[in-house]
Design a protein around this ligand. Sequence first.
Ligand code: FAD
Length: 242
Amino acid sequence: MQTIVVENGKASGVTLADGTLLKADYVISAADGYTTLYSMLGGRFVPPPVKKAYDSWKLFTPLIQVSFGIRKPVPTQFPVTSILAKGKTIGSTTLKNNFMLMNYSFDPTMADEGKTVIVIRYESPWEKWKNLEGVAYSAEKDRISEDALNLLEQYHPGISEYIEVVDVATPKTTVRYTGVMNGSYEGFIPSKKNFGKTLDMTLPGLDNFYMTGQWIYPGGGLPPSAQSGKWAIQLICKKENR
Ligand SMILES: Cc1cc2nc3c(=O)[nH]c(=O)nc-3n(C[C@H](O)[C@H](O)[C@H](O)COP(=O)(O)OP(=O)(O)OC[C@H]3O[C@@H](n4cnc5c(N)ncnc54)[C@H](O)[C@@H]3O)c2cc1C
């Protein structure tokens, strides 16, 4: 979807990247909030509280996930461990607090029998990534892969020889798959500025349109994002007296 079509103050469909027009009675955007407001709707329906939120509320620092496919079982009682490692460097990121070591042995859908997936996850600021492209980007991913493997060795000595596959997902990967602003994986970070606040799912001057997803609810995450879809349907039902 590229643009939301507005006719007489009413959302009436969407156009796709190839120019196809899809007409609709209602439009619900579940895409990135900033892109929806400023690109798909061209910035024409941004009320002051929403503008203030996007201008001033802080975002979550994006995540890097290094996933290892391991050719042997690695049983554990601790699926998720948070390891304090302030000052440690992985690739060119210096950790502010910690990294997570996540062992998915408990989940048979994550790997074939006799194999395991372990993930190392940590925060890396968007500023580091936004202009990183091409050879420099690939080199950084290689460095991350190497450093993360050395880290994994410290907790599972000898594991390197069982590694079958390594996948490095960066903040840019998150953006590529979801379009999310600045790789902010849960949108606005809760703070005293926005605690307890939500952004309206409707926009003044634009009928038959609803915003859903993590951007209407500081803290984001899966629960409010999923629930906002239900709220959008309830609002439509109310409007249609159903
Ligand atoms: C590594 C990682 C770990 C996380 N861990 C947790 C966790 O443990 N618990 C938790 O609650 N949350 C977690 N989250 C956050 C959670 O995944 C998000 O908050 C949630 O998925 C947001 O839902 P959403 O529907 O708003 O957006 P998304 O899930 O990002 O969905 C947006 C969809 O819109 C599509 N889209 C974007 N632009 C367009 C366009 N122009 N046209 C068509 N389609 C488009 C995208 O492809 C995508 O499918 C994590 C996120 C990441 C990245």
